[in-house]
Design a protein around this ligand. Sequence first.
Ligand SMILES: Nc1ncnc2c1ncn2[C@@H]1O[C@H](COP(=O)(O)OP(=O)(O)OP(=O)(O)O)[C@@H](O)[C@H]1O
Length: 229
Amino acid sequence: MLTVRDLRVSYGMSEVIHGISLDVGENETVAIMGRNGMGKTTLFKSLIGMHPSSSGEITFNGKELSKAQSYQRVASGIAYVPQGRMVFPTLTVEENIMAGLEASGRKKVPDDIYELFPVLLEMRHRKAGNLSGGQQQQLAIGRALAADPKILLLDEPTEGIQPSIIKQLATTLNEIKQLRKISIVVSEQVLSFALAVSDRMLVIDKGHIVHEASGDQIDRAHISRYLSV
Ligand SMILES: Nc1ncnc2c1ncn2[C@@H]1O[C@H](COP(=O)(O)OP(=O)(O)OP(=O)(O)O)[C@@H](O)[C@H]1O
């Protein structure tokens, strides 16, 4: 469904993604594990078109998107939940979700969003800036789902979120996968969370994919070594 080939991304003269290739299948969840500064956010920004790639191919559902604008990538079914969530703090919860509807052409918030995140229904008239970190993360995911994506890119969703909410978030991501049959790419440093949600794990280290494993082949100790400083 998503195919990335030999992707290179730079800031000025400094290349930080050095020829990454990856594939994400239909209804598959892939976790990209890596420490701070290894290139997870840069990879996502280049997949969604917020930062240009210098070379390589990004193909989604058979369409070559590496030169497409962000809005075209969203229209083709890619949704992005940035690190730090980036909800609109002065808009209400409902208005934030409505902002995500635009790409889908729908006028009404799909019922399953409030079913997946009952707290958003309860708080739909509150300003998003007054929500806790965990609630804002749920809102950011809900807003992304309003666009009816085929693939969800989640950049470090557990960052700054308390452990009990992290567990709940893992359950919800698995529900989303079941319910919507979408693919998910999630970048993470929390191994237990990634194990709970992913079918396959990739490790990114200094802009290279250095390890890949799925199912029984996942070696926690090996992956942990890339995550600890
Ligand atoms: N706007 C920028 N200009 C220059 N260099 C940048 C910029 N943003 C990130 N970098 C550098 O690119 C490299 C990869 O950063 P990136 O944010 O993609 O990593 P990350 O794995 O997402 O880590 P984090 O969780 O800290 O965001 C780092 O060396 C970082 O310093």
